[in-house]
Design a protein. Sequence first.
Length: 78
Amino acid sequence: MKVVVKVGGQSAEKEDRRRHLARQIAGLSRAGHRVVVVHGGGKALTETLQRLGIKTEFHNGLRVTDAATRDVALMVLG
């Protein structure tokens, strides 16, 4: 089975969380899964939006992605 793991900023920034996540990913791999790890880039996106004067809006912890935010996200993540 292919498994995609999206790593959020807090999980990537704190060493204890990175180690825990790495152990979990290693376990999936040992179990025979094909694992793809991606990072959302939220911190870089937020910083770029701020520099461009685009307001970041969140709803229930999720970023609201309007057309302007989408375009900046494509630029930052590309």
